[in-house]
Design a protein around this ligand. Structure first.
Ligand SMILES: C[S@@+](CC[C@H](N)C(=O)[O-])C[C@H]1O[C@@H](n2cnc3c(N)ncnc32)[C@H](O)[C@@H]1O
Length: 439
């Protein structure tokens, strides 16, 4: 007898990419992995699916708190899927129905198909029921968000509390900016091409963009695109770099011949910018404690045709790596809670815990105290974070100045500081404080 061959069941288009998105989302939400690491943990999908995968992953994390609330409301019976990817899939389904232009019927078919692909028929039923119920009840569901702060803001409660306490007049704008996809800023490599010439190149290729008024190398693209497709990217003409981060070179303002330390340098964005904008720099020492990230910085410098002495070490223990020669400029782009870059890294809303703030602040203070003696008299230390939290920013610098006489008695114009809130003139959230050493 000839065995009958069964054709595999036909999958709705886009099923595979939703399965992968659910696995990545679950790795962040259930395992505490960063989104970047979660992406790297799976083989990439075909190129044609990459854009959709990113949209599903970034979007479902950006709206995670609201989506999780909606799932709870929509389930008629308690459901505790053993595999967290199935819960993720439910949120991804709801994300598509609210924020994507995929037709509803296609989104539902592909998401239900993905539940089936997990081999769990019960989950398939739950996903189907929740998505269809959402379609029927979307208006009443929207009305019921009001008053539930985590769902309304799509941020954890403690984080919104922080924003409110630190920025009582601006916290709503901060929350709104965090929930918007970020713009794409470029930094033109001044050593290789003038910004005007690069803008002409973009224009010739039909890529619309405009220059930033106050930042000499910055260009804002009208629409984000994969960085590898930027003209001259491989040749080092340009880098992707938020405008807020590009302020560091202006604030540190190194001069030709000077010795500069970039104490937390990886992946090398600000270090490269300093080298691009001051060709006659005497010496650049770029330090980072993370070997893998430092390797990325090395690759970036090579792509851009720049040179620095790279050292993998703990900046808070200079005895292990410092040769005793003072630095004229020190950039301390400190590890921080990163609440200023949530729009670029929405996983921060899921991963960050209240305790992280005090831990970051303690680490920053150790770095400030350890690096200050390495600064030459009359030299400048630029302290930078990509967060909005006062404890890590203004309060941190206030306490450091109070405890450090040579930082306190340094002339009327120092320290200078500025907090940029996310979304302000299209920038990410950064804090800058420039401190001069009495000399
Ligand atoms: C905000 S990131 C730096 C970004 C970098 N300046 C840029 O513009 O691309 C902070 C960096 O500090 C590094 N870091 C954290 N603690 C450190 C320490 N004790 N010593 C040196 N580097 C440290 C982290 O590995 C991370 O790469």
């Amino acid at each position: 007898m000839v065995a009958e061959r069964r054709a595999p069941p036909r999958q709705a288009p886009g099923t595979g990419v939703r399965v992968l998105a659910a696995r990545i989302n679950a790795r962040v939400v259930a395992n505490g992995s960063s989104l970047e690491a979660a992406f790297a943990a799976f083989p990439p999908p075909p190129d044609r699916d990459l854009g959709l995968l990113r949209e599903l992953c970034y979007g479902s994390l950006r709206w995670h708190h609201r989506l999780a609330h909606q799932v709870k409301r929509l389930l008629r019976r308690p459901w505790d899927p053993v595999d967290p990817s199935l819960a993720a899939l439910m949120r991804i389904g709801l994300y598509q129905l609210q924020w994507m232009r995929v037709p509803d019927h296609a989104a539902v078919a592909a998401t239900v198909g993905a539940a089936e692909a997990f081999g769990n028929m019960r989950a398939k039923g739950f996903v189907n029921a929740v998505l269809r119920r959402f379609q029927r009840e979307r208006e009443s569901l929207a009305a019921r968000l009001s008053g539930v702060r985590e769902a309304e803001t799509s941020h954890p409660d403690w984080m919104v509390g922080r924003f409110r306490a630190d920025w009582p007049d601006d916290w709503e704008r901060v929350v709104e900016a965090n929930n918007r996809p970020p713009p794409m800023w470029l930094r033109v490599n001044a050593r290789r091409i003038a910004r005007a010439a690069y803008l002409e190149t973009l224009d010739a290729q039909g890529i619309s963009a405009r220059p930033a008024r106050k930042l000499p190398g910055a260009v804002l693209l009208d629409r984000p695109r994969p960085m590898e497709t930027l003209p001259g990217f491989t040749e080092g003409l340009v880098s992707v770099h938020d405008a807020g981060a590009q302020l560091a070179a202006q604030w540190l303002a190194p001069e030709p011949g000077q010795r500069v330390l970039d104490a937390c340098a990886a992946p090398g964005g600000k270090c490269a910018h300093l080298l691009e904008s001051c060709p006659g720099l005497g010496e650049m020492v770029a330090l980072d404690v993370d070997r893998d990230r430092l390797a990325v910085a090395a690759g970036e410098l090579e792509r851009l045709g720049l040179e620095a002495e790279l050292i993998c070490a703990d900046a808070a223990s200079p005895r292990a790596w410092w040769d005793g020669r003072p630095f004229d400029r020190i950039l301390l782009d400190a590890p921080c809670s990163s609440l200023g870059v949530i729009r670029r890294h929405p996983d921060i809303k899921v991963l960050r815990r209240p305790v992280d703030i005090a831990q970051s602040a303690a680490k920053q203070r150790r770095l400030l105290d350890a690096l200050w003696p390495l600064l030459a008299s009359g030299g400048r230390l630029l302290y930078v974070t990509c967060t909005t939290v006062r404890e890590e920013n203004g309060d941190q610098i206030r306490d450091f100045l109070a405890a450090t006489p040579s930082a306190r008695d340094n002339g009327a114009e120092f320290p200078q500081s500025r907090q940029i809130l996310p979304g302000e003139t299209n920038m990410d959230g950064f804090y800058y404080a420039c401190i001069r050493k009495a000399g």
